[in-house]
Design a protein around this ligand. Sequence first.
Ligand code: PMP
Length: 355
Amino acid sequence: MSWEKNVRKVEPYVAGEQPKDRDVIKLNTNECPYPPAPGVKKLAETLDCDRLRLYPDMNAEKLVNALADYYHVAPEQVFVGVGSDDVLALAFMTFFNGEKPVLFPDITYSFYDVWAQLFRIPYEQCPLDENFRIKKQDYLKPNGGIVIPNPNAPTGVLEDRDLFEEILAANPESVVIVDEAYVDFGGKSMIPFIHKYDNLMVVQTFSKSRAMAGIRIGFAIANERLIGYLKDVKFSFNSYTLNMPSIEMGTEAVRDDAYFKEIVGRIIKTREWTKKEMGRLGFEFQDSQSNFLFVTHRKVKAEEIFLALKENHIYVRHWKKPRIDNYLRITIGTDEQMQRLIEFLEKYLKEKSDD
Ligand code: PMP
């Protein structure tokens, strides 16, 4: 059709499947297997619906203040959005307007190249080494910005904070985004370094360690000037992003630190058990410090295992992409879910080797 020449054409991001069937063991989108903090449930049950007549607080002050307190930063250094996807998309739009390419790893969160294409941002993907590690020198060349998750996804590999310090110090003219969606599962946050590097933006989410993927809250912490620019773009786009129940429930989740630490601790324990079992079954993987494992089997193709699991109502993630098509990303569920996964794999792999 003739109007199509004026359409902004993009190849959209493909999220993991959300099956309708509730009996599935769902290990495909890195959600938390535990419910949100008890106070969040209480708030949901006692929500004053009359208040929904009114617009929410466009600055989400309550939530921003709770996060500022928790992370020992000023409220002016905090930005909240509808999931970290919202925060990251706005950050791409706000900070990556140079002529030089934005840099990110070749194996990484598959939304980055989609945003770059959507916003017409030139980009270059820097190949990870054979152990899925970041090669520092790739990020020391001229660039229009840098974005790296730590731990990286879908590899689960955690890099030391020194690496990011070196990248930040070498790139004072670029905004460097560290996407810490999975940092609570064993990493150390770069948040304290926002006081040292005015070009650093740290992004985190409530979707994984705070068990609230359904509520959609993400946030950025950075120097107030950076946050100010991000707010200017947000308020030129959509003022009322977070809704009132999200602001209330998010605030409650941040306040219950004991529950947060308890569920994160449980997931880490289950992850370490799963690593041992997967190793025993002939899987190989890097040492994940996130809430998922990225595994390949010595003998059986990943796609075959993926399909067999799916047929048996266990969902994991598989990408038909260069370098990673023989890998599966498996979210850490409850102990019981992981036991069922291991039992199935043990039987399945034994039958295959008997063939
Ligand atoms: N960054 C990374 C590395 C992720 O894996 C995800 C989860 N898909 C996100 C950001 C976005 O998470 P959310 O929008 O749920 O906060």
